[in-house]
Write a protein that binds this ligand. Structure first.
Ligand code: ATP
Length: 141
């Protein structure tokens, strides 16, 4: 099967733009596998890991939600935020996770639980992706 172009963009920058052979994206209804020649599709993404295969190479990108559109000529991901595995600051993500867990567990009336949960999911996606290519980091998911 001939490869298809995948573009992952945020409001700030183009994070990824290459011809790829396969993609697994974190759709809101579960992981979504996409190969070249997939039927046109538009879906919402959750915070999670994008797994990309290009020949024998694999790329991992953490996204924090957004849209995915399969067009006849390319796949476009418009992400709220997106970082390649080597761009992720693992300690920052672990700190964000710790703060989110603390907020969720505090039962304080001024805590916006949905916001804290969204921050938790973003941080967990980053930690998962960062740990794919690195060792170290103290917290276990
Ligand atoms: P934090 O509380 O650490 O800021 P956050 O989940 O609130 O985390 P976002 O609002 O999702 O952060 O992202 C703000 C910007 O910072 C985005 O450009 C995002 O790509 C970047 N970013 C957030 N966390 C990390 C991280 N751990 N490593 C690298 N870039 C990050």
């Amino acid at each position: 099967m001939s490869p298809v172009r995948l573009e992952i963009v945020t409001a700030e920058k183009m994070v990824f733009s290459e011809e790829i052979d396969a993609l697994v994206a974190p759709g809101v209804e579960g992981a979504l596998g996409i190969l070249p020649n997939h039927v046109p599709l538009m879906t919402l993404l959750d915070a999670g890991e994008m797994k990309i295969r290009k020949g024998h190479e694999e790329f991992y990108i953490a996204v924090s939600g957004g849209f995915l559109e399969v067009r006849p000529d390319k796949i476009i991901v418009l992400a709220d935020s997106a970082e390649r595995d080597d761009e992720i600051d693992l300690s920052r993500a672990e700190e964000a996770r710790r703060r989110a867990v603390e907020r969720i567990g505090s039962h304080a009336t001024n805590v916006d639980i949905r916001r804290a949960e969204a921050a938790l999911h973003r941080s967990m996606a980053r930690i998962k992706v960062a740990r794919r290519t690195r060792r170290g980091g103290e917290t276990q998911l």
